[in-house]
Write a protein of this length. Structure first.
Length: 416
């Protein structure tokens, strides 16, 4: 039986300060790099959510130690070994970042995940691993990696237009491959440039030698050093909270907004300003104040994690929006273009799917069930709509635990 959450309508402008847990993307990269390093590491203030617990579990099953150290995680690298059966859940980072590591283990490693995970694109990275010398059977979940203790590495050309994680996954393990790896992309643009920059930055910080050019990345073989990985707050998960300020004409401050970051969520500063918010960063905190909500015409290909919440805000704007450059979201937790269209229209909206995005014409909305398709960001989008539209019931709110188990409490606290 699906659970229903009556999304609270705002009874006035928000006036709140929120602190958010760590970034999924930084936590899961830190876990992989720490597991591949020569010495132990401390991952400071990691996100503890379904996606990161699955990553920790997968790396443990392959021989790494991942233990609580107060609020932190202590990672002790171990000899990589199977056999193992790994659950990737619905986590793109786990399904794309762990197979390149498993290929260096010994023994048979079976990967599987949630029913919808079997539909997410995997063939590109599994084929690339075969080119780099790994023994992989299958082109989608479930699949098997037969680790032989080492991966020769070398050059590979892929079409990563479906997901930047195809590139990131190969690069993160590449320092430990015999010849390292040169990954070239050929095809329509790779989405999520900030996430690729995050991969390169974190590899270099861990001591890897990485060169980049247009659509090419070269990682030299070499040791990775352990140490301390500081996890920033998850700025993509700031989206619904900052959007609440805009939607209610109030104020929301997010604590600990980094001055400089590779997280795509940093773009919220510009995107929400373009939609009518006033945005200021002071003493390391980011504050958004809302007035009227304007539509936008924008390419979100680099920051698609923000699209669900921005689509909800756009449905409440004073003019139409076009969200472009996000065709690859059809391969996310669900087909997000179809899901947003169906669910916003189900509340009386006027959303049309484009080949690469959404066209959103605001209309008066009414209450109803907002289905979420096991997608954390659909829960967040439903919550944002519910602020302004009485009677929105969000299906399976627990789905938000993929990246933010505390969402409900922080949301309620924000509205108090
Ligand atoms: O590398 C990462 O941490 C991520 C990359 C992006 O994937 P896509 O390029 O598949 O959109 C993003 O949407 C995802 O949430 C996290
Ligand atoms: C696309 C997302 O997740 P994943 O890492 O599973 O691809 C997301 O969090 O918006």
């Amino acid at each position: 039986m699906p659970q229903m959450w009556p999304a609270p309508a705002a009874d006035g402008p928000t006036d709140a300060t929120v602190a958010l847990p760590g970034s999924k993307s930084i936590t899961n990269r830190a876990l992989v790099l720490a597991a591949l390093a020569e010495d132990p590491s401390l991952v400071r203030r990691p996100l503890r959510s379904r996606d990161t617990l699955l990553m920790a579990g997968a790396l443990r099953a392959l021989g790494a130690g991942v233990e609580d150290a107060g609020a932190d995680w202590r990672i002790t690298p171990g000899e990589l070994r199977g056999p193992a059966t790994l659950d990737v859940g619905l986590a793109g980072t786990v399904m794309r970042f762990v197979p390149p590591v498993a290929a260096m283990a010994t023994g048979e490693i079976l990967f599987d995940g949630d029913p919808h995970a079997r539909k997410r694109p995997m063939g590109t990275i599994l084929a690339a691993l075969r080119v780099l010398g790994a023994d992989v059977e299958g082109d989608a979940l479930p699949f098997t990696v037969r680790g032989t203790g080492a991966v020769p590495g070398g050059s590979v050309t892929i079409d990563a237009s479906g997901s930047s994680q195809m590139v990131s996954g190969l690069l993160l393990a590449a320092p430990r491959y015999g010849k390292g790896a040169e990954v070239r992309h050929e095809g329509p643009p790779v989405p999520s440039a900030p996430h690729l920059a995050m991969t390169v930055r974190m590899l270099r910080d861990a001591g890897a030698s990485v060169e980049t050019g247009p659509d090419v990345w070269r990682v030299q073989p070499g040791a990775l050093r352990g140490g301390e990985f500081d996890v920033e707050p998850d700025l993509s998960n700031a989206a619904p909270f900052l959007a609440a300020a805009l939607v209610t004409g109030g104020r929301v401050t997010v604590r600990g907004w980094p001055a400089e970051t590779t997280q795509p969520g940093d773009e919220l500063r510009h995107l929400l300003a373009a939609m009518g918010a006033s945005v200021t960063r002071e003493d390391g905190d980011l504050t958004v104040r809302g007035g009227s909500i304007h539509g936008i015409d924008v390419d979100l290909g680099d920051v698609s994690e923000l699209s669900c919440v921005l689509a909800a805000v756009a449905a409440l704007a004073d003019g139409p929006s076009r969200l472009r450059g996000i065709a690859h979201m059809r391969g996310h937790e669900t087909d997000r273009l179809a899901a947003l269209t169906a669910e916003i229209n189900g509340l009386g909206g006027d959303v049309r799917e484009l080949p690469d995005g959404l066209e959103i014409r605001p209309r008066p909305l009414h209450g109803g069930v907002f289905h979420t398709y096991d997608d954390h960001r659909m829960v967040m989008a439903g919550a944002v709509l519910g602020l302004a539209v009485p009677g929105v019931e969000v299906e399976n709110p627990g789905t938000v635990g993929k990246t933010l188990p505390e969402f409900g409490e922080i949301w309620a606290e924000m509205l108090r």
